[in-house]
Design a protein. Sequence first.
Length: 457
Amino acid sequence: MTDLVTLAELGGPLAAIGAAAYSRHAYPAVYWSTVGLPVSVARLLASYTSTMDACGLTVAPPRWRTLAIKATTRREVRPVPPRRGLIRPTPTGLRIRLRLAPGQEPADVAASAERLRHAWGVHAVHVLDIRPGVVELRLVGFDVLRKVRMPRRTVGDLLRVPVALREDATAVVRDYRAVPHELVLGATLSGKSMYLRNLLTKLAAQPIAMVGIDCKRGVELAPFAARLSALATDPDQAAELLPVLVKEMEDRYDLIKARQGIAPGTRDEEITSDIWGLPERGRPVPIVLFVDEVAELFLVATRKEEERRDEMVTQLIRLAQLGRAAGIYLEVCGQRFGAELGKGATMLRAQLTGRVCHRVNDEASAKMALGEIAPEAVHAACAIAADLPGLAVLGDTSGGWSRIRTPYLSLADAAATCRATAHLAPDVPALTPFRPYVPPVPVEDSGPLLAPQPATE
């Protein structure tokens, strides 16, 4: 009887421990809010001074404080840590601001991020430079990239859409006004299509023209044909579409010169303004050009195809160099994009400011994407596991980089979104001949509209 009572008393705590372990694996956000957050806050408050001292982030107190301690007490004068601000809980972690002591810099705190992570029992610690003398520690309680959930509050605007999640639980916002052109690299099944899918569906709700070049017979972009203003599914069609885009760009430059009083003979390269300086009523709609598997535009087998390739590459380079001012933006995707593709590949890649590198098959491919702007990110890109599709490294020209992952979006849902927003596709007369044909959606046969009536005598 005594054994039964003991088992009954232990049943409650054991069940609670089991529930906590299960929620930590299956529902990490719930576990963090109920268990992880209080424990981490208690650890931080109890060990803040000792942890900072062990990390070498303490400094000698001011002279006046040293003299006051020696005059009033006999206790030892100890170094002081950075002044701590309020602890602000978030759904995924904690945020706390530190005021650095004279002589300290944000790099000192960033170098100790791994030690702080282990000391306070969190998944990761990220350091953000807020202003001179103030940094923010962003503590992440669990792996937010394992199962991506985008923040509820994300700021979006024209040509500015949230597309992925960073490892510090903040949204990655693709801003075409700030980063006009982007290169997305990755091996097969690495998640490039998912990134492109999320980007297309977010842009579909905006009054912009989207143009696609998919030389894989359109298998990637054809499901979104209802929202596309133009689509080329092979190199021959691309060779016809690109000159039209270049001509559209030149016409927009002429419009800018005419509206702003610039002499008609002024060269395009000398114009420093753009379409956003025009009145809203007469402003051309922005155009986003999506190029899937860009290597297919470079590969040739005959002399005639080589001439066509050179023309297409030249036109792409012109769009990358001059398209931003005319409101034309490029999103170029591929598995590799190096000099071995042929003449013009390196020059085109240099014009693509934004870089997103998914899992690659070799280090050389990662260097093609990130080696020129963020060399430290190359190793991070090579370490991406195959069982995490959509995980990528985002780099920028400032040398900074971060790990990101796009949320899962099924092809059916993405195609349905594009069909629902098809009426938002603007009318660009130059692109009308390249508008893809969209077959009507078949209506499922649900049986007769009226149920048969029973026979009467």
